[in-house]
Design a protein. Structure first.
Ligand SMILES: [Zn+2]
Length: 94
Protein backbone atom coordinates (compact mmCIF):
# COMPACT_ATOMS: atom_id res chain seq x y z
CA UNK A 1 0.00 0.00 0.00
CA UNK A 2 1.59 3.28 -1.12
CA UNK A 3 1.01 6.32 1.11
CA UNK A 4 -0.80 9.23 -0.57
CA UNK A 5 1.48 11.95 -1.98
CA UNK A 6 -0.10 14.62 0.20
CA UNK A 7 0.87 12.77 3.37
CA UNK A 8 3.57 14.42 5.46
CA UNK A 9 5.32 13.28 8.60
CA UNK A 10 3.88 15.20 11.60
CA UNK A 11 7.36 15.12 13.16
CA UNK A 12 9.66 16.50 10.47
CA UNK A 13 7.26 17.37 7.62
CA UNK A 14 9.10 15.06 5.24
CA UNK A 15 6.68 13.79 2.58
CA UNK A 16 9.01 11.36 0.77
CA UNK A 17 10.23 9.09 3.58
CA UNK A 18 6.87 7.74 4.71
CA UNK A 19 6.44 3.96 4.70
CA UNK A 20 3.12 2.25 5.27
CA UNK A 21 2.44 -0.51 7.81
CA UNK A 22 -1.04 -1.20 6.44
CA UNK A 23 -4.43 -1.16 8.09
CA UNK A 24 -4.39 -1.21 11.87
CA UNK A 25 -7.40 -3.52 12.16
CA UNK A 26 -6.60 -5.77 9.24
CA UNK A 27 -8.10 -8.96 10.65
CA UNK A 28 -11.56 -8.83 12.12
CA UNK A 29 -12.62 -11.23 14.90
CA UNK A 30 -15.58 -13.30 13.76
CA UNK A 31 -17.62 -12.52 16.88
CA UNK A 32 -17.62 -8.79 16.26
CA UNK A 33 -18.33 -9.39 12.59
CA UNK A 34 -21.37 -11.47 13.51
CA UNK A 35 -22.56 -8.88 16.05
CA UNK A 36 -22.24 -5.76 13.97
CA UNK A 37 -23.16 -7.34 10.69
CA UNK A 38 -21.19 -7.43 7.52
CA UNK A 39 -22.09 -3.90 6.43
CA UNK A 40 -21.15 -2.10 9.62
CA UNK A 41 -17.96 -4.09 10.17
CA UNK A 42 -16.76 -3.55 6.61
CA UNK A 43 -17.57 0.16 6.99
CA UNK A 44 -15.57 0.27 10.20
CA UNK A 45 -12.69 -1.61 8.62
CA UNK A 46 -12.69 0.81 5.69
CA UNK A 47 -12.68 3.75 8.12
CA UNK A 48 -9.76 2.51 10.22
CA UNK A 49 -6.58 4.58 9.99
CA UNK A 50 -3.45 3.38 8.17
CA UNK A 51 -0.28 3.23 10.26
CA UNK A 52 2.78 4.93 8.77
CA UNK A 53 6.38 5.36 9.78
CA UNK A 54 8.79 8.08 8.69
CA UNK A 55 12.17 6.70 7.61
CA UNK A 56 13.84 10.07 8.19
CA UNK A 57 13.03 10.52 11.89
CA UNK A 58 11.48 7.17 12.83
CA UNK A 59 8.22 8.73 13.99
CA UNK A 60 5.16 6.51 13.79
CA UNK A 61 1.74 7.97 13.11
CA UNK A 62 -1.54 7.13 11.49
CA UNK A 63 -3.78 8.88 9.01
CA UNK A 64 -7.20 8.39 7.46
CA UNK A 65 -7.84 8.67 3.74
CA UNK A 66 -10.79 10.68 2.37
CA UNK A 67 -12.69 7.41 1.89
CA UNK A 68 -11.95 6.37 5.47
CA UNK A 69 -13.26 9.71 6.79
CA UNK A 70 -16.38 9.27 4.65
CA UNK A 71 -16.95 5.76 6.10
CA UNK A 72 -16.45 7.14 9.61
CA UNK A 73 -19.15 9.76 8.94
CA UNK A 74 -21.52 7.03 7.71
CA UNK A 75 -20.90 5.05 10.93
CA UNK A 76 -21.56 8.16 13.03
CA UNK A 77 -24.88 8.66 11.21
CA UNK A 78 -25.80 4.99 11.67
CA UNK A 79 -25.01 5.12 15.39
CA UNK A 80 -27.00 8.34 15.76
CA UNK A 81 -29.92 6.76 13.91
CA UNK A 82 -29.82 3.67 16.17
CA UNK A 83 -29.60 5.80 19.35
CA UNK A 84 -32.51 7.99 18.25
CA UNK A 85 -34.54 4.86 17.43
CA UNK A 86 -33.80 3.38 20.87
CA UNK A 87 -34.70 6.66 22.59
CA UNK A 88 -38.02 6.77 20.75
CA UNK A 89 -38.80 3.21 21.87
CA UNK A 90 -37.79 4.00 25.47
CA UNK A 91 -39.48 7.40 25.79
CA UNK A 92 -42.66 6.93 23.79
CA UNK A 93 -44.81 4.36 25.55
CA UNK A 94 -48.41 3.93 24.61
ZN1 LIG B 1 9.76 12.35 9.93
Amino acid sequence: MTPPKSLRCPGCGNPSSIISHGKRYAVYPFGILALLGLLLSSLHQASSPVDYECRACGRKFSARSALAKFCLAIIALLVLWIVLGLLRVLLVRE
